[in-house]
Design a protein around this ligand. Structure first.
Ligand code: GLA
Length: 406
């Protein structure tokens, strides 16, 4: 990630860090982890299905310096709040409004056997918060990478950092400390993203393939509804429970399955009558058909058939709107208006839904008009101003060594 494009240069971040925490002999380090956009495969991860996200240019920077004691101090460039916590009493800080993600990660790292050292940390986020682009996962993964790296050095260990394990720890922290029963997609994409690639991830066993994103003369354009939402109080956990109910019913006729990701679309059609509750049946149909679409999308991308890829994106949106019921007027309007523009190959909601963002594949020479026209119509119909980001797929979490003298 490039901090300069995003408001503050790395040098400015270091200056800010010294202003807050003072000088010391120890070297200041900079780590970062991106947000993600999911191209297709929504609400499939916690069902053991496939997803297809890419890491973004925007994300979270952590400026950090190890301490000789067991104290963690947290600050952020956009908040007055300061948090001071002991690595020996991490359970005590669950109630924090800000800092709970980071301390949750520290707690989970220790519970997974990581030796940690105290450290001063300054957070700088370049993602819009709560917009469905995984700002929370990027904080979790950036924190995990910082603490794991500094801890390893303090204890003189030379084992390599396991980024997949850090992604799982980030997810666990979110489940336990933030109360959202999220799947693994966001943290995995933030940790494992690769420049110009999307990740075809099997969320059941975490096997994955990096797929080149050859979009030719097209851009990935993200549109933010700017509808405020909190995943914790949304219907996310309710959808998860509905899927579990559907799975239990299907198990009565398909005893070999352990998750909805194991069910093919043909099996669903054959056995759907056993799911008597219509709502549950719709939820299951979404998951099973979406899983199928992810596999097809990856195939079409390999064949270079972008228009078919775009069509599958639109099918995905319709399924999320009609069967899974997680879109709403804001996302539906963005997608509807996008599809009216010449040069748009596909458009859909991305992330959990209930507000958040849409993602569209747009011809480069139609992008300016897209932003103007969709923005204008969205504001006229919904009464909110949308924000737009033209994004590229970037690398996942890493230490930013430029200017660190390392
Ligand atoms: C959120 C969760 C992910 C995933 C998506 C929906 O982003 O954090 O795990 O479930 O919603 O696809």
């Amino acid at each position: 990630m490039n901090a300069e494009k995003l408001g503050m240069t790395v040098d400015e971040l270091k200056e800010k860090f010294i202003e807050i925490y003072g000088h010391s002999e120890e070297k200041i380090r900079v780590f970062s982890a991106p947000g993600r956009v999911n191209l297709i495969g929504e609400h499939t991860d916690y069902n053991g299905g496939y997803v297809f996200p890419a890491a973004l240019t925007m994300g979270t920077f952590v400026v950090a310096r190890a301490r000789a004691d067991r104290i963690l101090r947290l600050a952020a460039t956009d908040l007055e709040d300061r948090v001071e916590a002991s690595l020996d009493r991490l359970e005590e800080y669950r109630h924090l409004k800000w800092g709970n993600y980071q301390l949750g990660v520290a707690d989970q790292l220790q519970k997974h056997g990581y030796g940690l050292t105290g450290c001063d940390m300054l957070f700088h986020g370049t993602l819009p918060y709560g917009a469905g682009l995984s700002s929370s996962a990027s904080i979790e993964v950036a924190t995990a990478l910082t603490l794991a790296t500094l801890g390893k050095e303090a204890f003189g260990e030379d084992a390599a950092i396991d980024l997949v394990e850090l992604a799982k720890i980030g997810q666990k922290a979110e489940n336990l400390y933030v109360g959202v029963n999220c799947g693994i997609m966001d943290q995995f994409a933030s940790a494992m993203g690769k420049v110009n690639h999307a990740i075809f991830l099997n969320a059941k066993d975490l096997s994955y393939k990096l797929v080149p994103l050859n979009l030719g003369d097209n851009n990935i354009v993200i549109a933010n509804t700017n509808k405020k939402r909190g995943l914790g109080d949304s219907k996310y956990n309710e959808r998860r429970r509905e899927c579990e109910t559907g799975l239990d019913v299907l198990k009565t006729v398909l005893p070999g399955i352990s998750c909805l990701g194991d069910v093919s679309y043909e099996q669903f059609i054959e056995h759907k009558h056993v799911i008597k509750d219509e709502v549950i049946r719709k939820r299951v149909e979404h998951v099973v058909s979406e899983n199928d679409r992810v596999k097809k999308s990856v195939e079409t991308l390999y064949k270079g058939n972008l228009s078919e890829f775009g069509r599958l994106m639109v099918d995905s949106h319709c399924s999320l709107r009609d069967l899974y019921e997680v879109t709403g007027i804001e996302l539906d309007t963005l997608v509807e208006e996008a599809l009216k523009i010449d040069g748009v190959l596909g458009s859909r909601m991305t992330g959990a839904g209930f507000g958040g963002c849409s993602v569209s594949i747009v011809k480069k020479d139609a992008t300016e008009w897209f932003i103007e026209k969709v923005g204008r119509e969205y504001e006229r119909k919904v009464g909110l101003k949308a924000d737009f980001y033209v994004s590229e797929a970037r690398d996942g979490a890493r230490e930013n060594r430029i200017g660190n003298g390392r």
